[in-house]
Design a binder for this molecule. Structure first.
Ligand code: MLT
Length: 323
């Protein structure tokens, strides 16, 4: 009996030594949050919103590092290969975490197995927008205009595999449009060029385009969503216009694979506190975004979403490529 007690005590002591101290002292220096796209775009905006709040909960600064390029896969590769000590986290999106494997045969990470999942951070529908002085006044007119002119036009996106690339690729393939595809390191700089008139149209996250739509510097034709969003009450949905094109984006916080569970829990707790803050909920609403709730929040919800989205988007991309 005594020896069983001694063994149990030894096992508990060993567990305390391996699991306890990491979380007890964490974080004791600034954390880096990799954004795999340019500053000013939707991933950057949502990451700065949540990490500013998280840093207050955790008592340490979270420094955002923008590592754009190759549709976000450069930054996510950096995140996948960093030390799993909680001092490097990243916010990927539906492109980097679901579409990239179908488009990059030599991708150095697997979204389902190379990361410690933390949680979905937000969902945002895509919106179809153009430069301000493009002649069409409705989605129907835009589709007709693109049918006649797309080969002379420019579509902007955040690199092969990004959400704007994938949603534009599917949209263009569905209607037979053939614009020049112009790559940026994120839709932050792509949107600047849309406002400046250097590119013609974009299918981009509402989170990115709402401020410019509201300011009247770009034109919105439809939100690719089943219901209107409160932040754009006057912009119709593709569904109500009878156009079969629904496309939603999401962002997700991850860390390198092998992150200790107690650190994962601390990060999730801080992220949850941010997403439950009424000020942040209001900010999300103003940007057409929503936060995950219930079982959709946390590592299991994110793991399920990644696996389901990889399975859903791979055939969609193949079908679009075949067109
Ligand atoms: C960005 O932050 O620039 C976007 O999320 C890029 C995209 O995936 O379209």
């Amino acid at each position: 009996m005594k020896s069983i007690h001694r063994a149990t005590f030894a096992a508990l002591a060993a567990l305390a030594l391996t699991a306890g101290p990491a979380a007890a002292q964490y974080p004791n220096k600034p954390i880096t949050a990799i954004v795999p796209f340019a500053a000013g775009g939707p991933t950057d905006v949502v990451t700065r919103l949540v990490t500013e709040h998280m840093s207050r909960t955790l008592g340490q600064q979270i420094v955002v590092e923008n590592i754009g390029g190759a549709g976000g896969t450069i930054g996510m590769t950096r995140a996948a290969t960093a030390a799993p000590d909680g001092y490097t986290i990243a916010v990927g999106n539906m492109g980097t975490q679901s579409a990239a494997p179908a488009l990059y045969p030599n991708l150095k990470y697997d979204p389902a197995t190379s990361f410690t999942q933390i949680s979905v951070v937000n969902y945002t529908p895509q919106t179809i927008v153009s430069k301000k002085d493009l002649p069409p006044k409705s989605l129907k007119e835009l589709l007709d205009y693109l049918k006649a002119n797309s080969e002379k036009m420019n579509y902007g996106h955040a690199g092969v595999g990004s959400i704007s690339y994938v949603s534009g690729f599917v949209f263009n393939a569905q209607f037979g449009f053939k614009p020049a595809m112009v790559a940026y390191k994120g839709t932050g700089p792509a949107l600047n060029d849309l406002v400046g008139g250097q590119i013609d149209y974009l299918v981009d996250q509402s989170m990115n385009v709402i401020p410019q739509i509201t300011a009247g510097t770009i034109k919105a034709y439809a939100v690719a969503h089943p219901e209107r969003i409160a932040a754009l009450p006057d912009v119709p949905t593709t569904k109500e216009l009878g156009v079969d094109f629904i496309f939603s984006a999401w962002n997700a916080m991850v860390a390198p694979k092998g992150l200790p569970k107690d650190i994962q829990d601390k990060l999730l707790d801080a992220l949850s506190k941010a997403m439950d803050d009424p000020a942040l909920i209001k900010r999300y609403e103003d940007l057409g975004s929503t936060a995950p709730k219930g079982a959709d929040r946390g590592p299991e919800g994110l793991q399920k979403l990644v696996e389901a989205e990889v399975a859903r988007i791979t055939p969609v991309l193949k079908a679009a490529a075949a067109k």
